[in-house]
Design a binder for this molecule. Structure first.
Ligand code: ADP
Ligand code: MG
Length: 236
């Protein structure tokens, strides 16, 4: 079974290399794992939205992506799927520590992302946690250092970086900055920059935003490497 899974992973890696899947309108046509597909279909997701069909293949091909699309266009799956696939293809296991970090501006939005992550990722064996404050830091600290995927608000994450000796991000494979415009509007620019300084340079980064402005572009310049831009035009 293990050998079969390794073969599946090798096939996915080969298929992902050429990001020529932009015409895919079905999740089942994307080069993604059976585990992720099972999560998607049990949540009744069948067809991709435009931001998903454009951003996911690029992300699967290991590109940095800056994605802009209005609220409600399906940006969450556009990064949840690449996060799961990245760790899966890298044979990530519980012992490998933190592999993916998803930053979100508010506790409510972080919780929503976490719920989608758990639903779509339920066939995978990664550990995942929320870092959004509200509980005391030492209680959170215990669990935080054991997680493979964290969904976090920037302030609370930086607090753990500063105060939790067992917590580091040295192995991080993929960073997601969701709702970058709101993160910046809320005054988290310095916090996000401080977090990025603690991340390995060799990583993939996906940045999503409903709107683009000067400060979003500035953050993109600081966090992304030769990004692909995906801007889904909204005819309304
Ligand atoms: P955004 O982050 O762009 O505001 P969300 O990721 O929160 O958008 O998605 C908005 C809504 O659309 C959610 O209720 C989600 O379940 C639904 N949705 C997302 N992708 C799909 C899809 N491919 N098929 C059907 N519904 C989807
Ligand atoms: Mg969103």
């Amino acid at each position: 079974l293990r050998a079969q899974e390794q073969k599946h992973i090798q096939e996915l890696i080969e298929q992902s290399k050429s990001a020529t899947f932009t015409d895919s309108k079905l999740f089942s046509e994307l080069p993604i794992s059976k585990k992720t597909l099972a999560g998607l279909s049990s949540a009744k997701y069948v067809e991709t939205t435009p931001i998903q069909s454009e951003a996911i293949p690029l992300a699967l091909a290991n590109k940095d992506v800056m994605g802009a699309a209005k609220t409600g266009s399906g940006k969450t799956l556009a990064f949840i799927i690449p996060v799961l696939e990245k760790l899966y293809k890298n044979n990530w296991s519980r012992m490998d520590g933190l592999g993916a970090l998803i930053l979100s501006p508010t506790r409510e939005l972080a919780l929503q992302i976490f719920e989608v992550l758990c639903k779509i990722g339920k066939k995978h064996s990664f550990s995942a946690g929320l870092v959004i404050g509200g509980k005391n830091v030492s209680e959170e600290r215990e669990r935080v250092s054991k997680m493979n995927i964290l969904v976090a608000t920037p302030g609370r994450l930086l607090q753990h970086l500063d105060q939790s000796p067992d917590f580091n991000m040295l192995n991080l494979q993929i960073l997601v900055i969701d709702e970058a415009d709101r993160i910046l509007d809320m005054g988290f620019e310095k916090t996000v920059n401080a977090i990025i300084e603690n991340l390995p340079v060799e990583r993939q980064t996906l940045l999503f935003s409903a709107t683009q402005n000067k400060s979003v572009k500035n953050l993109a310049r600081l966090s992304l490497k030769q990004p692909e831009y995906v801007d889904v035009y909204d005819p309304e």
